[in-house]
Design a protein around this ligand. Structure first.
Ligand SMILES: [Zn+2]
Length: 136
């Protein structure tokens, strides 16, 4: 292609090709970014469950091997505050299930809702059960 004397710049065809290449790269990278972000939130959620389980263990050693009737009993003495799932935003605590109301000797903690279904998990996953541990 012969250009005029002193003309600079890109042709419409060159700009179109660059835009197409950028669009293809974005289409390839965007799903990976979304999945990586979801995986990171799931990992933080599982860390929250482990931290609450550790706090419950410490509580039980100081209360004759019994767990509290609800999670509010462990904050702020055994854990700074009851965490929330990073996928849920704020104000959505975890679902807690204690074996009995008077002197629980077992518990189950679950992430509320369907925040991790995009990763193929069940609606009440992940969960942490006393004796079994973490399950996705
Ligand atoms: Zn969660």
């Amino acid at each position: 292609m012969v250009r005029g004397c002193g003309r600079r710049g890109f042709t419409l065809l060159e700009i179109t090709i660059v835009m197409l290449i950028l669009a293809v790269v974005a289409m390839i990278l965007l799903p990976n970014y979304v999945t990586a972000r979801s995986r990171g939130r799931l990992s933080a959620c599982e860390t929250n469950l482990r931290n609450m389980a550790s706090a419950l263990e410490v509580y039980s050693t100081e209360h004759e091997r019994h767990f509290p009737a609800d999670l509010t009993a462990i904050a702020p003495t055994y854990i700074q505050s009851i965490p929330t799932c990073p996928s849920a935003g704020s104000g959505r605590p975890y679902i807690e299930g204690f074996q009995s109301a008077s002197a629980p000797s077992s518990y189950t903690l679950r992430c509320r809702g369907a925040y991790h279904v995009d990763l193929g998990l069940a609606e009440d996953a992940p969960s942490f059960q006393y004796g079994t541990g973490l399950r996705e």
